[in-house]
Design a protein around this ligand. Structure first.
Ligand code: SF4
Length: 321
């Protein structure tokens, strides 16, 4: 079976029951899907990796041996591979959440309910120093504690400090006008500003207090400042949008030079009635994105940081399919 088809099937489950003799420390994230949950694990083959939330009731089973070799089985799924350990948050990256906690309350996000904590610049540098030989990227993200302005200021100061490691730095924070240039001047090489929902109506329903139109403008600025293949944006698949609406959003992103990260919804109690998208739908949207990226001359395999480099949570159009 083609890797993309298999990965879509596995991602449609999104979780796994872990058995076997492998001893590992689950990656407990303060960012990304499953933030604050009981942890997740990375399963990889030579073709790519998949992040799966740990769930004793999952229909998928991962049988992992002490040496890290692993077999993933479930309905129409049977594949051998290995476990990948996360460095911070994901394999081969120091993907660090600067402000844990958030003043906003996007309905699909668990971060606002986490205990609040702000990492200092020294703390982040010490974390990176400890793993610098095991990483290809430094990726920084943040909730918003205090105000957007204060948070951006802290992020810029951290970028200035970590740029000295000589490892590519990517940043994904809630942006203000001028944020892209300030991050670029500080030493970032890539940014990801999330448009989150395929339509403004869904965005306003899901993310009260955040500005959809401004984020689009800032994305356009970002491409001018960072260049093509260096700007990314998450859009969640499964918030109630139609395929046509998602396609319009993907086309709009690629036409302005932004690489979409099409993130399957992780259902949560805050979103009653919304289900994880099916494998077929993920594949359809990834195929559409692949063509839109090619038409726009964009290449996700050039990514140096963050989710498009990692690929754990999504079908990466242009790489997995
Ligand atoms: S794809 Fe992004 S959110 Fe998912 S594990 Fe990788 S870096 Fe984290």
């Amino acid at each position: 079976m083609h890797w993309g088809t298999l990965k879509a099937r596995i991602l449609a489950h999104g979780s796994v029951r872990l058995t076997g003799t492998y001893r590992f420390h689950p990656e407990q994230s303060t960012a990304g899907p499953g933030a604050g949950g009981r942890g997740s694990i990375f399963f990889a083959t030579s073709q790519g990796r998949i992040r799966l939330a740990l769930d004793d009731y999952s229909l998928l089973t991962l049988t992992a041996d002490a040496d890290g070799s692993a077999r993933l089985t479930g309905p129409d799924i049977d594949i051998c591979g290995h476990i990948e350990e996360a460095v911070y948050h994901c394999p081969r990256q120091a993907f660090i959440t600067l402000s844990e906690g958030c003043i906003f309350s996007c309905r699909y996000c668990a971060v606002p309910s986490l205990p609040k904590y702000i990492k200092t610049r020294d703390e982040v540098c010490a974390m990176i120093t400890a793993v610098k030989d095991d990483i290809d990227a430094i990726s920084l993200t943040s909730g918003v504690i205090g105000s957007v302005e204060e948070d951006e200021k802290r992020a810029v100061a951290v970028v200035q400090a970590v740029a000295d490691f000589g490892i590519p730095v990517g940043v994904s924070i809630y942006p203000l006008p001028g944020t892209p240039q300030r991050l670029k001047d500080a030493g970032a090489c890539e940014v990801k500003f999330n448009i989150e929902a395929a339509t403004p109506t869904l965005f306003h329903e899901m993310c009260p207090g955040l500005d959809y139109a401004a984020t689009w403008e800032i994305l356009e600025d970002s491409v001018r400042i960072f260049g093509r293949n260096r700007v990314f944006s998450n859009v969640i698949l499964g918030l109630g949008e139609t395929d046509a609406e998602m396609e319009t959003c993907i086309r709009r992103l690629t036409e302005i030079g932004v690489i979409p990260v099409i993130r399957p919804l992780a259902p949560s109690p805050g979103l009653p009635g919304l289900l994880r998208p099916t494998a077929d739908r993920m594949l359809r949207m990834a195929e559409f994105a692949k063509n839109a990226l090619a038409k726009a001359g964009l290449d996700p395999t050039q990514a140096k940081t963050m989710c498009t480099l990692c690929g754990g949570c999504d079908l990466v159009a242009g790489r997995d399919i």
